[in-house]
Design a protein around this ligand. Structure first.
Ligand SMILES: [Zn+2]
Length: 486
């Protein structure tokens, strides 16, 4: 049994869907019930669905709700056919199931799923519109759903015609009034076509050159094109995803509409996950306030003394906005206070200081990221492996700072006068040069190597580091001898 699955619930007008979902988005179990207008009935059915797919290893429950949701508080602000705005959905279910409950708009859930395992996979920015009875929307930027004051992303209410039809939201001419599934029915009726005419039929007839089908699809998808172009102008997304029951038909309808050359263009693609998007996203979405995907991450900036690692560590810390924990910051005050420190004692202080740093990481909340600046090679590999395990880090990256051994020797010599008496003096240089010749990164995982003769580009360096997270290795090969340290 897994210990990290979550349950996703999707509340629709017709069905209530539930699934137990693995962290990689794979569905492990499903359940379904019919929907209802009565919020109390819906809550009771949701509870039964949760029981149907629950297991002791489930860590969280997510619920996608039609309507506006204040994500931070989990409060439902408004609804449609199912209106849960008067119900403390999160509170009721947390009390009943004793696990965190995340509530969000159903379209945000769908976009979370499409970006994890569907049409926007691997993208950091995306706009999604769900075309169904109405039009839902969600926007993702830098891998996060855009929230605004709480309920951003109501893309069905992008205006496309100031003199247009009245909308539920109180305004006129919102894209939902002309490009939703409901609106397609109105266009079909107004064109004098049989009411049972489907979007697929219209697309087929347009392909055969039927002018009426072309006109109906134009009045349906033309305003959607306008809305998408405006959204692209605002958000410049890598991709626009069209989901919901009519997402694929709307994407096909747009394909037949000529687009003028414009500054504003992003690829428009149909969603890939269909009805599963809601439950997968609901299970994958992390609670409000979760930073860095809830993962605790450590960047180890490693290198022999005078390898230039402090400058590199500072650059990464600034680019990432993460605190810098430097071994010297912990050790130096002790060296200043304690007299007569010899090299063995200095090394013990180094070990204790490293342990202090990793203990601090352990105490930090989930989602914390830190940069640790230290020469890790002065003690055995196994010691560092233990520290990584102790820290509770979910992922780490290693940055290995190098320069030619002679350059490192010269740098050390140039600083001798300005360092505290506990650091060895010029007599250490030959030993350091020899150390620099044989020193190696820890290599618990991928290593980003930096030649510190060139000035660091903080943002480029940070991007390179952030692409290479590795889970901490609990077992490792022993690399042998203890290397020298000042
Ligand atoms: Zn509106």
């Amino acid at each position: 049994m897994r210990q990290d699955s979550a349950i996703g619930i999707d509340i629709g007008g017709t069905h209530l869907r539930a699934a137990r979902v693995a962290p990689d988005g794979a569905i492990e179990a499903r359940a379904r019930a019919s929907s209802d207008r009565d919020p109390a009935v819906v809550v009771e059915r949701i509870a039964h669905l949760i029981e149907a797919v629950d297991q002791p290893g489930v860590v969280r429950i997510g619920i996608g709700v039609p309507g506006r949701v204040d994500f931070a508080s989990g409060r439902v602000l408004s609804g449609g056919y199912v209106d849960l705005s008067g119900t403390d959905l999160r509170g009721l279910l947390e009390a009943r199931f004793g696990r965190p409950v995340v509530v969000d708009n159903d379209c945000s859930m769908a976009l979370v799923a499409e970006s994890a395992v569907g049409a926007a996979r691997g993208r950091h920015s995306a706009v999604m519109l769900t075309i169904g009875t109405g039009i839902g929307g969600a926007v993702m930027d830098e891998g996060r759903i855009v929230r605004g004051r709480g309920a951003a992303g109501q893309l069905g209410h992008v205006g496309v015609d100031p003199a247009g039809r009245p909308c539920l939201c109180g305004r006129r001419g919102c894209v939902e009034t002309v490009s939703s599934g409901t609106a397609l029915g109105v266009h079909i009726r107004e064109a004098g076509l049989p009411p049972e005419t489907t979007a697929a039929e219209l697309l087929g007839r347009r392909a055969d050159g039927d002018a009426k089908a072309r006109a109906v699809l134009m009045s349906w998808a033309g305003p959607l094109r306008l809305a998408i172009d405006s959204l692209v102008a605002v958000h410049d997304p890598e991709v626009v995803v069209l989901g919901g029951g009519l997402g694929a038909a709307a994407a096909a309808a747009l394909d037949g509409i000529e687009v003028p050359a414009s500054w504003y263009h992003s690829p428009v693609v149909p969603a890939q996950l269909g009805d599963d998007a809601g439950v997968i996203g609901a299970a994958l979405l992390l609670p409000p306030g979760t930073r860095n995907g809830g993962k605790k991450r450590v960047v180890l900036v490693n290198g022999v003394p005078a390898s230039g690692k402090s400058t590199v560590a500072q650059a990464i810390s600034q680019a990432a906005g993460w605190p810098l924990l430097s071994l010297d910051t912990v050790k130096t005050p002790f060296l200043d206070e304690i007299e007569g420190v010899d090299r063995p004692f200095n090394r013990r202080l180094g070990r204790a200081s490293l342990r202090a740093l990793f203990e601090l990481v352990r105490e930090a909340p989930a989602g914390t990221g830190v940069v640790i600046d230290a020469w890790f090679g002065f003690q055995p590999h196994a010691f560092t492996a233990e520290l990584l395990a102790l820290s509770g880090a979910d992922e780490f990256a290693e940055v290995w700072c190098t320069a030619p051994p002679e350059v490192i020797g010269e740098r050390y010599l140039a600083r001798v006068g300005s360092r505290s008496a506990a650091h060895p003096g010029a007599e250490y240089v030959p030993e350091l040069v020899a150390l620099a010749r044989r020193a190696e990164p820890l290599r618990f995982g991928p290593v980003v190597e930096v030649d510190t003769r060139a000035p660091a580009d903080p943002d480029a360096l940070w991007r390179e580091v952030a692409d290479r997270w590795t889970a901490p290795v609990r077992h490792h090969q022993h690399q042998g001898e203890e290397a020298s340290s000042p």
